[in-house]
Design a protein around this ligand. Structure first.
Ligand SMILES: C[S@@+](CC[C@H](N)C(=O)[O-])C[C@H]1O[C@@H](n2cnc3c(N)ncnc32)[C@H](O)[C@@H]1O
Length: 219
């Protein structure tokens, strides 16, 4: 495994319990995105939660009636999960058959993939999502790649790759994901993403109010 990924995964192994505890609460925006994703797919749809971590979103997706398999490269993060099928795997080589998923949910995980491998990851997503399926993707918005140290009170480090829409959009289109519905948001860091087309419920909403990323449809 490449050095940035190996160190990042070691860090997640180390901080898994703390990560799960600190991220247990779900923002209203993520809840809304999960509901929209589920609504776009319909009950019983098979979904991969890629980079699922301790599985908070997997649980909520299951609660919406989806059949979810969690995928993560950190055994520690997977061990922090309660219930549900999971597989320890690298998103750069998903152990899933072509077209087996109706949807792929990937929240805050591609941000750790070395930049030169991101296009291949999108190709891998497109391989496992059936034509017409739905992708939810969120990444850190910004420029540059680098280490962040001391995650969750540990001595570990994580490799972060930030993205701009100007380069993300063509990479997704190249992989076969179209109909982008993009949002920006801020939190501890800036986020960029896309998803099924729902607003916040306000009649005048143009979706710029959303504090959470979205996804793309595979054509
Ligand atoms: C910031 S956490 C996000 C976890 C979860 N999606 C959430 O929103 O709470 C990033 C996750 O991506 C996983 N990850 C990083 N690189 C990965 C890769 N190449 N393949 C699979 N999982 C990866 C990490 O182990 C970690 O669990």
């Amino acid at each position: 495994m490449d050095y940035p990924s190996r160190v990042t995964i070691q860090t997640y192994d180390e901080v898994a319990e703390t990560y799960a505890r600190r991220n247990a609460d779900v923002s209203a925006a993520v809840r809304r995105d999960i509901a929209a994703f589920a609504q776009a797919l319909g009950p019983g749809a098979v979904v991969a939660d890629v980079g699922c971590g301790p599985g908070r979103d997997s649980r909520l997706l299951r609660h919406e009636g989806l059949e979810v398999v969690g995928v993560d490269m950190s055994l520690g993060m997977l061990a922090a999960q309660v219930g549900g099928p999971v597989v320890c795997a690298d998103m750069r080589a998903l152990p899933l058959r072509p077209g087996v998923c109706s949807g792929l949910w990937c929240q805050a995980a591609v941000l750790h993939v070395p930049r030169h491998q991101v296009a291949a990851v999108f190709g891998e997503f497109a391989r496992v999502v059936r034509p017409g399926g739905v992708l939810h993707l969120s990444v850190a918005e910004g420029d540059g790649d680098g280490w962040e140290h001391g995650a969750y009170g540990s001595t570990g480090s994580r490799w972060f790759v930030r993205h701009r829409m100007s380069s993300l959009e063509p990479a997704l289109a190249e992989a076969g994901f179209a109909d982008l519905d993009v949002e920006r948001s801020t939190g501890g860091r800036d986020w960029l993403g896309a998803g099924p087309d729902v607003g916040c419920g306000e009649p005048a909403c143009d979706q710029a109010c959303s504090p959470s990323p979205r996804s793309w449809r595979s054509g």
